[in-house]
Design a protein around this ligand. Structure first.
Ligand SMILES: [Ca+2]
Length: 235
């Protein structure tokens, strides 16, 4: 149904100067969903998917580093796969600002760095998977609601940030992978959820509000993390 986007085959259209938004119906958007989504490419060659009606079972694939914004109505049971290559001019970014983003998989391929930016909305039961060796970034912004999601940061120096006023619900499992990773968490958490770190290592850092703790000190029991942060060491 949905194929990978080949940017060279796409008509370039700058936001606000498009005679009408391109939809690439039947190419990246399956025929049955064409009236559900508008696709806009902006001047930075980012794709913006404007979800007009709830969608599910969408399989988006992008074969180069670029920004993908997904906004609007609920998106469920779908996947977004982006292949970022080292040296690509643009960063591979997946930004979500849908009303609800439920049970979706965000997958990065290739060797370049990846970014997930949850700008707003409910982010429920999703998984984010990065490649080995890339320096990746996840940001849950203020007022985004994160519920029962998993992040696998892989190798490389990764940063995962829950902004102070993000809302954390359910059990959220984070695997930092090898590398000097940084996990930033709220000091005064909103929501009743938990953060489980599966593989904290001594060279990782956990920041709680403006306080910074080394993984080594945490593992030695020198630090009392807030109760909502739990370690599930595999070792
Ligand atoms: Ca890592």
């Amino acid at each position: 149904m949905a194929g990978a986007i080949d940017p060279s085959s796409v008509d370039f259209c700058v936001i606000n100067s498009c005679p009408q938004p391109p939809t690439w119906c039947g190419e990246i958007i399956p025929d049955g969903l064409c009236d559900h989504i508008n696709v806009i490419m902006d001047r930075d060659y980012a794709f913006e998917f404007v979800v007009l009606k709830e969608i599910s079972d969408l399989d988006l694939k992008v074969d180069s580093s670029r920004g993908i914004g997904i906004g609007g109505k609920k998106v469920a049971d779908s996947s977004v796969t982006i292949k970022s290559l080292k040296g690509d001019e643009h960063k591979a970014v997946v930004a979500t600002y849908t009303k609800k983003f439920n049970a979706n998989n965000i997958i990065f391929k290739g060797s370049g760095d990846g970014i997930v930016d949850v700008i707003t909305g409910r982010f429920n039961n999703n998984s984010i998977t990065f490649k080995k060796k890339s320096a990746d970034l996840v940001v849950f912004n203020d007022d985004a609601i994160i519920n029962t999601s998993t992040i696998n940061a892989g190798g490389g120096t990764d940063t995962i940030t829950f902004m102070e006023n993000s809302v954390i619900r359910g059990i959220n499992e984070i695997t930092l992978g090898p590398g000097k990773d940084v996990l930033e968490l709220p000091a005064n958490k909103r929501g009743k959820g938990k953060i489980i770190v599966t593989d904290l290592a001594s060279n990782d850092t956990i920041r709680i509000g403006d306080q910074s703790f080394s993984g080594g000190d945490i593992l030695k029991g020198k630090i009392n993390l807030p109760k909502y942060v739990q370690l599930k060491s595999k070792r």
